[in-house]
Design a protein around this ligand. Structure first.
Ligand code: NAD
Length: 489
């Protein structure tokens, strides 16, 4: 039997060699019985690689080792990731802020702590069973192997932390191509995680990171034979690239979450929720409130409530000045479209106000103002703490505009209302992965609402808020006619 396996492996290796393939792929696909042949060669690298082939080989080796360990070991490994995320959140959050230069320091710190505490772990691993006249069938959830992960600049280490916990809980290892502008904190966090895991559990490189990431290294991960699944978290370009990669892909794509406020809403509560959600980390969250459609009957009250609760209102000339500099146009011909200008993404509200020609207190969380639907801040995912408010005839118009400007991303939508019919109507029309009623966006991730958390919310591919089970494949084990212990002997 062993001789046959060795023969098969040799043949596969030869074929792959002719096709220009790599040995790492062989050890995953044909090496079910053995540990990686290059074992120990990557120990001590703590997951830091410049070369994708090496990173995948190291993650493959780590996967083989992890596969021989218990669920308790997985929990222990995840425990180190959680502990470092929580205990070192100030240092690592500060590092992320200094490197990326977007967002708010207190939220960079809080995100790491929250992901360390709340990312779903091994407790999400469940099996299903069918018990009947013909025995038992058990459905178990097996790992894919090495997962290629692409992470955004908006949450570089937080996304890696959340992905690592969920993917390792499912029994996988990962190779991460971080955003180039968040690569240093990504590498530092990964190094700390791997070092602690190696010292305690004896496995290195469960999380590998490409320390000099490029679009080419992302492509190399997408097409690598040793990568069994990919998970991308990012905007439209990377979402498209992942969907075209030919691999099983979990795609956490872009959003442009609209908010509807109708005449039955608790206006002050709505204002507080919008300020909390839209200003968090300077509006970098993909789920964050990006534009608000308010029915005419309560529009003026709503604007007053926003000011009462601490947001600063810009007038139409100020909004025009801000729009001029904070929205850019890219692309040619039919591809020409507006995007958020890089220099303003994730900057403080006071910086936006200054660009609009107004000095406001440095600690202001959010600026806002009335625009019409045609202002580019409405369709563009701005990722900065200015939110446009559009006056609508009635709730039907508000919902129609919300649907139009969500662009069919099916990501997140929010309503403030006490009318169950309006909530239902909007929920049906939007068809989004997350639909929040009467709370800030983050309450949909269990932060002030029910449910659980992930920073990779798979939208076009439909897995929703990712968990360890997202990164597993089903295996069914059937025993025919026996082991159903119910009934007479
Ligand atoms: P981005 O799309 O610029 O970059 C994301 C990642 O993809 C980076 O690592 C980048 O280097 C890589 N990338 C970009 N184009 C690529 C291509 N053609 N091929 C391969 N890799 C490519 O986005 P960003 O500014 O870093 O992050 C913000 C975006 O991410 C927003 O659109 C936001 O909505 C989205 N996001 C979504 C979720 C979610 O859970 N759905 C979570 C966070 C962020």
């Amino acid at each position: 039997m062993q001789a046959t396996e060795a023969l098969v492996r040799d043949v596969v290796q030869q074929v792959l060699k002719q096709m220009g393939g790599d040995a790492a792929a062989v050890s995953t696909s044909a090496g079910a019985s053995g540990s990686a042949t290059s074992s120990a060669s990557y120990k001590g690298r703590y997951g830091i690689f410049t070369d994708v082939d090496e990173a995948v080989a190291a993650a493959t080796e780590a996967f083989e080792e992890l596969s021989s360990r218990t669920i308790e070991d997985r929990e222990r490994i995840i425990g180190h990731i959680r502990r470092i995320s929580i205990d070192q959140c100030v240092e690592l959050g500060t590092m992320e802020m200094e490197e990326t230069k977007i967002g708010r320091l207190e939220h960079k710190i809080e995100k790491l702590m929250t992901l360390g505490k709340k990312t779903p772990g091994v407790e999400f691993m469940k099996s299903e069973v069918f018990s009947g006249d013909h025995g038992l069938a058990v459905i178990e959830h097996a790992p894919f192997g090495v997962i290629g992960a692409i992470t955004p600049v908006t949450h570089s280490l937080p996304t890696i932390t959340g992905n690592a916990v969920s993917m390792i809980a499912g029994g996988n290892t990962l190779v991460v191509n971080p955003h180039p502008s968040g690569k240093r904190v990504a590498a530092e966090g990964v190094k700390r995680f791997n070092k602690a895991i190696l010292e305690d559990v004896g496995i290195d490189n469960l999380i590998c990171v490409i320390s000099e990431p490029t679009l080419e290294s992302a492509d190399a991960i997408f097409s690598h034979r040793g990568v069994k699944m990919i998970c991308v978290t990012g905007g439209p370009a990377v979402a498209r690239a992942a969907l075209n990669s030919g691999k099983r892909a979990v795609v956490a794509g872009p959003g442009n979450p609209p908010v509807v406020v109708d005449e039955t809403a608790d206006i002050d509560r709505a204002a507080r929720a919008i300020i909390q959600g839209a200003s968090y980390d300077n509006n970098l969250l993909c789920i964050a409130e990006k534009e608000v459609f308010v029915v005419d009957a309560v529009f003026d009250q709503m604007m007053a409530a926003m000011e009462r609760n601490g947001a600063v209102r810009l007038n139409s000339q100020e909004i025009a000045r801000l729009t001029e500099v904070a929205i850019a146009t890219v692309g040619e011909g039919a591809d020409r479209h507006d995007v958020a200008a890089k220099d303003f993404i994730g900057q403080d509200a006071a910086v936006l106000a200054r660009a609009a020609g107004r000095e406001i207190p440095a600690d202001t969380l959010l600026v806002f103002g009335e625009t019409d639907e045609s202002n580019p801040f409405v369709p563009v995912e701005q990722m900065m703490p200015f939110v446009p408010f559009v006056r609508c005839r009635d709730v039907d118009q508000a919902i129609a505009l919300a649907q139009k400007h969500e662009h069919g991303f099916r990501h997140t939508a929010i309503i403030h209302s006490h009318d169950v019919r309006n909530m239902t109507k909007m929920g049906r029309v939007m068809d989004t992965t997350l639909f929040v009623k009467n709370g800030p966006c983050m309450s949909s991730l269990g932060l002030g609402g029910e449910g659980y958390l992930s920073f990779s919310i798979a939208t076009p591919t439909g897995e929703g808020v990712t968990t360890p089970l997202t990164f597993t494949r089903e295996r069914r084990c059937s025993l025919i006619d026996d082991l159903r212990i119910l009934g007479k002997a």
